[in-house]
Design a protein around this ligand. Structure first.
Ligand code: NAD
Length: 329
């Protein structure tokens, strides 16, 4: 008999096809986030849940899914799921690492370039018909080539940023709770430094950490005060990694030169004043949003779910200790 699964938002066709072939699918009929009540009701007879980073999956929701065996997240970050509660209930949790690394780094790089060279401001200027001819002081920005890139979090995406920096002849500093091997550092021309040193010496600080308790407000007023007045902050990780109110103040007072953001502390809201600042480039959480990558993420999330429901250890399981029990092979 096919296992019953709840899919909280329509995914790319390949993923939906895989799911319909293998499972009995209940799909959120609306193009919006499901409410907690809808999740609770929808999970009452399901063995599997395929959810998104916009779904908060807490213990109450898990308890509503009496038969729930697998939660497959359509994202590499899984801060939206209470993994501890899932593990206690012997529910497998999976994510989609790797397939979105380069696409996310591409977007972080686009934000870095757009922020430094004031691309969005200049585009608006053209569209308003304000361009009256070349001027020596028109839209002066910051250089990228030859500058220092500071990476906070040197995992998959952080390393992909370092590889891009090689082509721009940049000095790369990084901080991570886990240092790379010397060979890896050499290959990326990346220097390990203390957190504060990365903030002080970088022209661009780009964040690539997961959202966990130790990274919440990792960048606040103190950290922003350490950064150069000519530097830029790029955040494609998770919004709460940055104290957004403190960032608005730093941008408004020109404590730092600019920021490029894909993520926000209370999505989809933005901190008061942020949208008015010309030295911020603001994107609606689209770092992994390429057709190819979203297709790959969908297939990976579907395969993770199907494997877990078949009693196997899914390829991208974040709490494999659940499989230590005899029920799983
Ligand atoms: P990863 O696990 O490969 O790398 C994360 C790195 O952060 C690891 O090296 C880890 O040691 C380090 N780290 C953890 N805590 C730290 C701390 N307190 N200080 C410094 N370093 C710390 O993950 P990844 O695939 O590179 O993805 C990173 C994050 O990017 C994800 O968790 C996700 O939240 C975010 N992301 C966002 C988007 C988007 O759409 N904007 C897309 C993809 C990923």
């Amino acid at each position: 008999m096919k296992k019953k699964v709840l899919v909280t938002r329509k995914l790319p066709d390949d993923a939906m096809k895989l799911l319909y072939e293998t499972c009995e699918v209940e799909l959120n009929p609306y193009d919006r986030v499901m409410t907690e009540d809808e999740l609770i009701q929808g999970l009452s007879d399901k063995q599997g849940l395929l959810c998104l980073l916009t779904d908060t999956i807490n213990s109450t929701i898990m308890d509503a899914g009496k038969d729930l065996k697998v939660i497959s997240n359509y994202a590499v970050g899984f801060n939206n799921i209470d993994v501890k509660a899932a593990t206690e209930r012997r529910i497998l949790v999976t994510n989609t690492p790797g397939v979105l690394t380069e696409t996310t780094a591409d977007l972080a790089w686009a934000l870095l370039m757009a922020t430094a060279r004031r691309i969005v401001e200049a585009d608006g200027f053209m569209r308003r018909g304000d361009y009256k001819g070349w001027g020596p002081m028109l839209f002066l920005g910051g250089d990228v080539f030859g500058k220092t890139l500071g990476l906070i979090g040197m995992g998959r995406i952080g390393c992909a940023m370092a590889r891009r920096a090689l082509g721009f002849n940049m000095r790369v500093l990084y901080y991570d709770v886990n240092r790379l091997s010397l060979d890896e550092e050499k290959a990326l021309s990346a220097e390990y430094a203390d957190f504060d040193v990365v903030l002080r010496e970088s022209d661009f600080v780009s964040l690539h950490v997961p959202l966990v308790p130790s990274t919440r407000h990792l960048i606040g007023a103190r950290e922003l005060s350490l950064m150069k007045a000519t530097s830029y902050l790029i955040n494609t990780s998770r919004g709460p990694v940055v104290d957004e109110k403190a960032l608005v103040e730093a941008l408004r007072s020109r404590r730092i030169a600019g920021a490029g953001l894909d993520v926000y502390e209370n999505e989809p809201e933005m901190a008061p004043g942020l949208a008015k600042l010309e030295n911020a480039v603001l994107l609606p959480h689209i770092a992994s949003a390429s057709v190819d990558t979203r297709t790959k993420m969908g297939a990976m999330a579907a395969r993770n779910l199907i494997a877990g429901l078949a009693g196997k250890l899914p390829p991208n399981c974040v709490n494999p200790e659940v499989c230590g029990k005899p029920e799983y092979s």
